[in-house]
Design a protein around this ligand. Structure first.
Ligand SMILES: C[S@@+](CC[C@H](N)C(=O)[O-])C[C@H]1O[C@@H](n2cnc3c(N)ncnc32)[C@H](O)[C@@H]1O
Length: 354
């Protein structure tokens, strides 16, 4: 009998991040590129036993919306799953979806299913992703981080129009760190990473992210999924070479919560449910502002550009504005020019400390 597979709440949050991001990604890239290439390396069944849609259906649904606006773009999909039964269920779900959607769409899409470890097909997938006129999105969502070599992500990001969303399931690395030899550590964490640096989940995650930044040259944002008792479950790591991709992902994350950095106190989630925690910046907003402005007058638009396009800072346009308002009320910054209420046309400066 087929295994019953019900997603946990953190999976629903993950799907909702993917959904919101793909909605924007598909609409934008199908306007500019001739070919949209979506790859789900660990695709799962597409529809869970609870009825919740999984990543392949989310991608198809958003491609369909974009196709209605941009029908001349080519929509391609690659779905890999190592489990034959899961892949069979996915094929059925995809067929049902396409037969119930508008006819023109099923003729416009090209879908390949691979029953294998995705690494067996990876070079071929990346060659396709790098073809002219193509924008590619790779969702890498395994059960364990140790099955994904660092090199694979590094290679994927060699394409300037390729983005990756990687579910970094670091618990197995942390659990088995004493058993890991150098070869295995370097395979997962990248060349030059010694076992002695596998200290804790946060050390593993932080160095993984900073090495990705250094070796791919991409903007790298991560979002930590935690249990209600605050222990880290995994990090969703997003890599893009485009500053707009970075700002859109920041917006997506903050739209899932009323407070910018924290998802647990949201009334939409009950206290005993799993929660998502977004990284907070190391520096307070005021310190960052002081670094950018110094003693000069600075336009708010420039602040947007500098802060939004920095992948070590989480703040979105709306959270920048709300913090500027608070700092103006407390007298720590002054409004020098522009409208009475601070907006993108305003000029501000840091007030002199008394
Ligand atoms: C977490 S689930 C995927 C869920 C799916 N991405 C979603 O969001 O709906 C992991 C799936 O990946 C498959 N899988 C795990 N490692 C894999 C690998 N290295 N290559 C291909 N499939 C893999 C498993 O069989 C399983 O079906």
């Amino acid at each position: 009998m087929a295994e019953v597979w019900n997603p946990k709440e953190h999976s629903q949050i993950k799907e909702s991040i993917l959904e919101k991001y793909l909605a924007v990604w598909y609409m934008k890239i199908t306007y500019r590129f001739r070919r949209a290439y979506y790859v789900d390396t660990c695709s799962g069944p597409g529809v869970f036993d609870s009825g919740m849609q999984g990543s392949p259906m989310i991608a198809l649904k958003n491609a369909f919306k974009a196709w209605k606006k941009h029908p001349s773009c080519v929509y391609e999909f690659v779905f890999c799953d190592a489990n034959a039964d899961v892949l069979r269920r996915l094929e059925e779900n995809v067929t049902n979806y396409l037969s119930s959607s508008e006819k023109g769409f099923s003729g416009a899409v090209r879908i390949r299913f691979h029953e294998c470890d995705f690494l067996e097909q990876f070079d071929r997938i990346l060659n396709e992703a790098k073809k002219n006129g193509t924008a590619a999105f790779l969702f890498i969502d395994p059960f364990n981080a140790s099955t994904v070599p660092f090199d694979a992500i590094e290679k994927a990001m060699k394409g300037t129009s390729t983005e990756v969303l990687f579910n970094f399931m670091h618990s197995d690395i942390n659990r088995n760190k004493r058993l890991m030899n150098l070869e295995k550590t370097e395979r997962i964490m990248g060349k030059g990473y010694g076992q002695e640096k596998l200290k804790s989940v946060s050390v593993i995650r932080d160095s993984f992210v900073s090495d990705l930044r250094e070796r791919t040259g991409a903007y790298v944002m991560y979002y930590t999924m935690k249990t209600s008792s605050k222990s880290p479950l995994y990090d969703l790591i997003h890599l893009t070479k485009h500053c707009h991709g970075l700002s859109i992902m920041k917006e997506v994350m903050s739209s899932l919560s009323k407070s910018p950095h924290y998802f647990s106190n949201d009334e939409r989630y009950a206290k005993d449910q799993l929660t998502i925690l977004v990284q907070t910046s190391q520096d307070s907003f005021y310190e960052v502002l002081k670094n950018i402005c110094g003693s000069e007058e600075v336009g708010v638009q420039r602040l947007y550009d500098e802060i939004e396009h920095d992948d070590t800072l989480f703040w979105t346009k709306s959270s920048i504005l709300s913090q500027l308002r608070d700092l103006i009320s407390s007298g720590r910054i002054e409004l020098v020019a522009g409208p009475k209420t601070v907006n993108k046309n305003s000029i501000i400066r840091i007030a002199e400390e008394t």
